[in-house]
Design a protein around this ligand. Structure first.
Ligand code: DX5
Length: 234
């Protein structure tokens, strides 16, 4: 577990991925997640090219928007996704996540997200170095550090990503930027403390939320308390 870092007093946000949900009941799943106390909902958009899986597009997200009031974020695991930014904003997403590895011109793509009216986030796959985002940190509201290789839920958390989270947190603090750090992949009761202590304050969980035998509300509260405990006794 990395040492807690100064300045990591940003509120923790528990963010479900709906990837494990029963896609025939997505509206009900979103309502259950909102009732369980999540801070926003993440949609894992996969194109079958950037990742070996295929999920849903903006029309599905738009159909879910009226069911809940919590904010939506779109995690675009899509090759060259620029053409869809506006569609996801119109569908009701207030945050768009772009992978560094998915675009030829990252600086331009992040500006296009903002021009479309959304907050912008940049995502790093496990092998991608922090240096890839050195010159775009001023354009983003959040950095997503993938703690699995993208494409599927239910994978094992990669703990060696914690130093990467800590390095980005230090950089953001040094630059005096107002940037959240999100982690996504394998986040659950046994892994969330390491990610939170390293400096992540937005914690995406799929399997651990949907498969908690005590229900989603228990899972959300348990994850939140485990994250917050890293600040009371670092
Ligand atoms: C991977 C996906 C998953 C999902 C969370 O591409 O982004 O990380 O959101 O899945 P769990 O929490 O089941 O690892």
């Amino acid at each position: 577990m990395s040492d807690a870092l100064p300045g990591t007093d940003r509120p923790f946000e528990i963010i479900p991925s709906v990837l494990p949900a029963d896609f025939s009941r997505l509206g009900e799943a979103c309502a259950e997640l909102e009732a369980a106390g999540v801070d926003r909902i993440q949609f894992d958009v996969m194109d079958g090219r950037f990742v070996p899986n295929l999920t849903f597009g903006p029309d599905v997200v738009a159909s879910l928007r009226p069911h809940v009031t919590v904010p939506f974020e779109a995690h675009l695991m899509v090759h060259e996704p620029g053409w869809m930014f506006e569609a996801f904003v119109e569908a009701g997403c207030e945050l768009i996540i772009v992978h560094t590895e998915s675009v030829g011109h990252l600086h331009r793509a992040l500006g296009q997200v903002r021009d479309a009216g959304a907050r912008a986030a940049v995502a790093l796959n496990p092998s991608t170095p922090v240096s890839e985002i050195d010159w775009v940190l001023d354009l983003v509201d959040m950095v997503l550090v993938m703690t699995v290789n993208p494409g599927f839920g239910g994978q094992a958390y990669i703990p060696t990503m914690e130093p990467k989270v800590a390095a980005i947190r230090r950089r953001v603090i040094e630059l005096g930027l107002d940037v959240d750090i999100e982690v996504d992949g394998g986040i659950g009761p046994s892994t969330i403390a390491g990610a939170a202590a390293a400096g992540a304050n937005c914690l995406v969980a799929g399997s651990s939320l949907f498969r908690d035998p005590q229900g989603m509300a228990h899972a959300v509260a348990d994850l939140r308390s485990r994250a917050e405990a890293t600040r009371s006794n670092p």
